[in-house]
Design a protein around this ligand. Structure first.
Ligand code: RRO
Length: 313
């Protein structure tokens, strides 16, 4: 029997596939549709202290190879999502979920996380350190000093399971420096990667989204090699108690297989879920299981992280 079950910290999931934050997760209705699908879990839209309407439209565009977005963190406010995952957690046989959060300032982030700490919610939190689209707010995790400081402050009061959503890094030195910081903290996971920030897509002589004169986060097939590199770089560098979630360019069972081979324990789907809807989880699970069964793998642990290198002769 081939199984795609997995584990993050002490939480178990029947399937390693789920949505990526930002896709199919703005409302309870969308989240329930993911919950009812074959996905092993869902993550909420990143919730901020107050509700936000986000950037002006058009702010998302699908392209042949993926997508560009500058949503600008539209969300119903973190309490909407906190109440919902807490309510679901109380149901018998509920799946485990991820609550995505971030403040627009470190103070807001602490206010939010202190509220979660004091709440009845016992599940996983994904702290988004990598939103590329709020004008005037840089991606936190590109600033290593700020990242170290916020994690230091958070773990002085926060004792529940928490992981972080990372932007893609592009230099070996940055992988080393980032991993050295993350290894100092009791993180449950890191999620590699958010969209590649501030790309430009053109149609004839014009940009295709309105905010920031067309600059936006790039997702889909364009970013799979970058995502795989980040998954594997952190798999090689992080202590084993920090699991890796792989996100970026997953549109087939083969893509999910590659993320797991590079070290992912869970695999998130963004752009392709936006295109195809929640039935995608059935298709990609079937494709992933077919690959596993052809190769004689029964569980993810049989091949997770076991990427083959070319030996230097
Ligand atoms: O809402 C967004 O514009 C957004 C967020 Br918060 C994020 O983390 N990544 C992204 O591509 N878009």
């Amino acid at each position: 029997m081939v199984s795609t079950a997995t584990q993050i910290a002490t939480f178990t999931f029947d399937n390693c596939l789920m949505n990526a934050a930002g896709v199919y997760c703005m409302t309870k209705e969308e989240l329930l549709a993911i919950d009812a699908s074959l996905a092993g879990s869902f993550v909420t839209k990143t919730g901020t202290l107050e509700a936000r309407s986000g950037n002006p439209e058009p702010r998302y565009k699908a392209t042949k190879l993926g997508s560009i977005n500058s949503m600008g963190l539209p969300n119903h406010g973190f309490a909407y999502y906190l109440d919902f995952v807490t309510e679901l957690q109380q149901k018998p046989n509920s799946k485990q979920h991820f609550l995505s959060l971030v403040g627009l300032s470190p103070e807001d982030t602490h206010t939010i996380l202190k509220t979660v700490q004091q709440s009845d919610y016992q599940g996983l939190v994904e702290l988004n350190l990598s939103c590329p689209n709020v004008p005037g707010k840089p991606q936190i995790a590109y600033d290593f000093e700020a990242t170290d400081l916020i994690l230091k402050e958070i773990f002085q009061y926060y004792t529940k399971p928490l992981g972080i959503k990372l932007p893609p890094y592009f230099d070996m030195v940055h992988f080393d420096q980032a991993a050295a910081i993350f290894n100092q903290y009791p993180l449950s996971f890191v999620n590699c990667v958010n969209s590649i920030g501030n790309g430009l897509v053109l149609d004839d002589e014009q940009v295709v989204i309105k905010p920031k004169n067309g600059f936006g986060g790039i997702g889909g097939a364009y970013i799979k090699p970058t995502a795989l590199a980040n998954v594997h770089a952190f798999y090689q560098r992080l202590k084993p108690s920090i699991a890796i979630i792989g996100t970026g360019g997953v549109a087939s069972g083969r893509d999910a297989f590659e993320h797991i081979l590079c070290g992912a324990s869970m695999v998130q789907i963004g752009t392709a879920l936006q295109q195809e809807g929640p039935e995608i989880f059935q298709r990609i699970t079937t494709e992933l299981k077919a690959i596993m069964s052809e190769k004689g793998y029964e569980t993810l642990a049989d091949f997770r992280g076991k990427l083959h290198y070319l030996s230097c002769g």
